[in-house]
Design a protein. Structure first.
Length: 413
C-alpha cells in the first residue's frame, strides 16, 4: 500500500509539472501572434512576415521533434534532454525581446522551434510510462490541455497586458522567466522513467531494437493520426496567429473585449481537451474523436459570420471551441497506444513532425498571404477546410483505449 501511495504522489506531481512545461511551450510560442499588433509598426512587419515567422517555427519544431525524440527512445536519457530543451526555448523567448529586425526575429523563432519540438513527445512518453492505466488518457489529456489553458487562455491576457504596460520587448523577457524556473525544478525532482511493456511486467531500461523502431511507421493509426494532426495544426495555429489581428483591425472591440474573446476560446479548448480525454478512458478514443472533430468545424464558420457582433461571436466561441478537445487524442494518446511503449516518444514525435512541417509551416504562411490579398477573414477559409478533412479521416482510425481493447479481446480490465 505504501508503494502505491508513493507512486500516486509522484504521478500527481508529474502531471502538474508537465502541465506547466507544455503550457509554457505554447505560451512562449503563441505569444508572437498576441504581441504582433504592438511590434509590427516598430519593426515594419506584414501579415505575410507574421505567417512566415510562425510557419518557420513550425517547420523547425517538426524537424527536431522526431530526431531528438527518437534519440531519447534509444539512449533513454529523457530527463536530461527535457531539462536542456526547456532552458533553451526559454532563452530563445527572452532573446525575442531584443530583436531589431525581421531577420533576427526569425533566428530566435528557429531556435525556439528546434528546442520546443522534442518537448511534447518527451513529456508525454514520460507520463505514459509512469501513469496508471485507468488514468492514462486523463493524465495525457490534462497535460495537452495546458496548451489551451496557458497558451490559449492566459497567453493573450498576459502577453497583451505586458505589451501594453511595459512594451512588447519586456513582454517577451517576462514570459521567458517561468520556463527557466520550471527547468530547474525538473532538473532537481524529475526521475528517469522506466518502461513497462505490459501493465504487470517488470520495468526495464533495455536498449530497443532497430526493427521495432521501423515497425512504428507501418501502423495505419500513425499515418491517419498524422493526417488528422496536420489538419488540426493548420486549424489551431492559423486561428491563434490571425484572430488577434482580425479583432484589432476589423472590429470596434476594445482591448478588454478582445482579451476576453481570445481567453475564452483558449479556456473552452482546455475544457474540451481535459473532458474529452477523460471521457475517452470510459467510452473509447474513437467516439470522442469523431464527435469533437465534428463540433470543431463550426468554430471558424461562427467567427466568419459573426466576428463583428460581439454577443453572437462570444456564444460561438464558448460552444464550438470545445471541439478542439480531440487534439490530445490524435496528437499523443492514440499514437502512443498504437505502438510498443518503448517507442511511444517516436510515435508521438512522428505525428508532430509532419503536423508541424505541413500544418504549422504551410498553414500560417498561406493564411498570411491570403490575408494580405483578400482581407483579414481569408485565413478562416483554410481552417474550415482543414477541420472538415480531419473529421472525415477520423473514421479510419482503430480503437486503442484499454477499456475497449480489453473488452474486444475478452479480457477483464
Amino acid at each position: 500500500m505504501e508503494e502505491k501511495e508513493s507512486f500516486l504522489r509522484y504521478e500527481n506531481f508529474l502531471v502538474i509539472i508537465m502541465f506547466l512545461v507544455v503550457g509554457l511551450v505554447f505560451l512562449d510560442r503563441l505569444s508572437l501572434g498576441f504581441v504582433f499588433p504592438y511590434m509590427s509598426t516598430e519593426l515594419g512587419l506584414s501579415n505575410t512576415q507574421l505567417g512566415l515567422a510562425v510557419g518557420l517555427t513550425g517547420v523547425f519544431f517538426g524537424l527536431s521533434t522526431l530526431f531528438f525524440a527518437s534519440i531519447s527512445d534509444f539512449i533513454g536519457r529523457k530527463k536530461m534532454l527535457l531539462v536542456m530543451f526547456v532552458i533553451i526555448f526559454s532563452v530563445a523567448t527572452l532573446l525575442a525581446g531584443l530583436v531589431g529586425s525581421f531577420a533576427t526575429l526569425l533566428i530566435t523563432r528557429i531556435i525556439m522551434g528546434i528546442a520546443e519540438g522534442p518537448v511534447m513527445p518527451l513529456v508525454q512518453s514520460i507520463v505514459y510510462a509512469e501513469s496508471s492505466e485507468k488514468r492514462r488518457g486523463m493524465n495525457m489529456g490534462i497535460i495537452q490541455s495546458a496548451s489551451s489553458l496557458i497558451g490559449g487562455t492566459m497567453a493573450p491576457v498576459i502577453a497583451v497586458a505586458l505589451a501594453i504596460n511595459f512594451g512588447w520587448r519586456s513582454s517577451f523577457i517576462y514570459i521567458a522567466i517561468p520556463g527557466l524556473i520550471v527547468g530547474l525544478i525538473l532538473w532537481r525532482f524529475l526521475r528517469e522513467p522506466k518502461i513497462r511493456q505490459k501493465v504487470n511486467s517488470e520495468a526495464t531500461t533495455d536498449k530497443p531494437k532497430r526493427e521495432a523502431y521501423f515497425n512504428v511507421f507501418k501502423q495505419s493509426n500513425i499515418w491517419l493520426s498524422t493526417i488528422v494532426g496536420t489538419c488540426n495544426m493548420i486549424y489551431i495555429l492559423t486561428l491563434t496567429a490571425f484572430l488577434p489581428t482580425l479583432f484589432a483591425t476589423s472590429t470596434s472591440f476594445k482591448e478588454g473585449q478582445i482579451q476576453l474573446l481570445l481567453g475564452l476560446m483558449g479556456f473552452m479548448m482546455f475544457v474540451g481537451q481535459f473532458s474529452g480525454s477523460a471521457l475517452s478512458d470510459r467510452i473509447g478514443r474513437l467516439p470522442v474523436i469523431k464527435i469533437f472533430s465534428f463540433v470543431s468545424i463550426f468554430l471558424p464558420i461562427a467567427i466568419y459570420f459573426s466576428y463583428q457582433n460581439f454577443a453572437f461571436l462570444l456564444a460561438g466561441l464558448i460552444i464550438f471551441s470545445l471541439g478542439n478537445g480531440y487534439q490530445p487524442l490524435i496528437m499523443n494518446i492514440v499514437p502512443a497506444e498504437s505502438v510498443s511503449r518503448t517507442f511511444s516518444a517516436t510515435a508521438i514525435s512522428f505525428v508532430i513532425l509532419t503536423s508541424e512541417i505541413i500544418g504549422g509551416g504551410l498553414g500560417p504562411t498561406l493564411a498570411g498571404i491570403l490575408a494580405d490579398h483578400f482581407g483579414p477573414t481569408a485565413p478562416l477559409w483554410i481552417t474550415i477546410v482543414a477541420s472538415v478533412i480531419a473529421f472525415i479521416c477520423s473514421f479510419g482510425i482503430k480503437e486503442t483505449a484499454p477499456v475497449k481493447v480489453a473488452k474486444s479481446s475478452g479480457v477483464s480490465v
